[in-house]
Design a protein around this ligand. Structure first.
Ligand code: GAL
Length: 365
């Protein structure tokens, strides 16, 4: 009996001690204003690292604790991470999805636990449980992608007798942003298609056909290689490429170089735009290869998100939101939409270096 009592006392002691350690651990984690969960799609793309850092550092400065997760572009990993963050008791979830429609169960669980959900950069689709969307105006970004080709290819001077030749690439079909980018670009280019001064020899124009799953640059490169061998073996010269993303711009340019573009008389490198203003693309722009990119300053997106989280957790109602543009299939999600900037050789200094987005050293200058 005595032995049992002793064992009981020891167990109670151990339980209390474990509880103290556990609650101590929790305390350390939740210190300050509370724990915020941030989930980014992948660490293998430069921009999401910048995004993650901007949100984490901004929130920490305000006294929040941040649990930042990267999902390796793997949907089961992302769902598991969100489940874990809900279990940890985060006060807000900030999510940049891989597949915008794949998280409905997690979002429902978060809502049941009264956790507000902010859809970051990419819209979370088909769920009524998304509270806010913070992004850039994706349609306008698409228009800028079109602008880049209009300017770079001098489409206003083109004639139907000597049309400008392009091929088109779109983003990941499971990312709603791809829709805005595509619609914006195609609306900007439509008058030139209609006039017959702009042509796509492959005839591959539909977003479903020209999409690039997971924004995979290698997949886009392969598609470019196939297009070049199928449609450009004769005298047809490719003049431009619609690209929705810098790594795709660089890989499709590689495919062109491999068949003599940029090194054969009469075959200059095609005019290619892009998106995200990654270091390698800015270097390529300065070297006169990629023509332009669209800069979406991740620091501004991060700062807007931090302000939104703080507003929500201070019990205030966010103001100045767009309440018409973004329907996710289940509801219109109140949105904060930032502006983006076209970057060519001419404004790298002003808009990329002077603002500190990339340093001269990063650009190898
Ligand atoms: C999109 C995003 C782009 C680009 C792309 C690939 O959702 O808006 O800026 O980063 O994903 O990661």
């Amino acid at each position: 009996m005595k032995y049992l009592q002793k064992m009981f006392a020891v167990s109670v002691f151990l339980l209390v001690a474990a509880g103290m350690v556990f609650s101590g651990g929790q305390k350390a984690q939740d210190s300050g204003k509370g724990l915020v969960g941030v989930v980014m799609p992948t660490r293998s793309e430069e921009r999401w690292i910048k995004d993650g850092n901007a949100v984490k550092e901004g929130l920490e400065k305000l006294g929040y604790t941040v649990d930042l997760q990267y999902s390796d572009d793997d949907i089961p990993t992302q769902t598991r991470q969100i489940d874990d963050l809900i279990t940890k008791g985060v006060k807000v979830l900030v999510i940049a999805s891989i597949d915008g429609s794949a998280l409905s169960n997690q979002l429902a669980n978060a809502k049941a636990a009264k956790i507000p959900i902010i859809s970051y950069d990419r819209l979370l689709m088909q769920s009524p449980n998304v509270d806010y969307y913070v992004s850039f105006d994706n349609y306008k970004v698409g228009v800028q992608m079109g602008d880049i080709l209009v300017t770079g290819l001098k489409l206003d001077q083109a004639t139907a007798a000597n049309p400008v030749i392009v091929e088109l690439f779109a983003g990941s079909p499971d990312d709603n942003n791809s829709v805005g980018f595509y619609n914006g670009a195609m609306d900007r280019l439509k008058p030139y298609f209609d006039k017959g001064v702009l042509k796509v020899p492959s005839g591959q124009i539909d977003r479903a056909v020209i999409g690039t799953l997971r924004w995979d640059a290698a997949e886009a490169q392969k598609r470019m290689e196939n297009l070049l061998s199928a449609y450009y073996s004769g005298n047809v010269v490719l003049n431009g490429i619609l690209s929705p993303y810098d790594p795709i711009s660089l890989s499709t340019l590689e495919a062109c170089k491999a068949v003599g573009y940029g090194s054969t008389p009469g075959k200059p490198l095609p005019v290619v735009g892009g998106q995200d203003c990654i270091v390698a693309s800015v270097k390529s722009i300065l070297a006169g290869e990629q023509y332009a990119t669209v800069l979406k300053d991740t620091r501004s997106l991060g700062a807007a998100t931090v302000t939104l989280v703080d507003t929500i957790l201070s019990g205030k109602t966010p103001t100045g939101l767009d309440t018409t543009s973004y329907n996710n299939g289940a509801k219109i999600v109140p949105s904060l939409l930032l502006d983006s900037v076209i970057v060519t050789k001419d404004n790298v200094q002003k808009d990329v270096i002077d603002t500190g987005y990339h340093t001269r050293a990063e650009l190898g200058l």
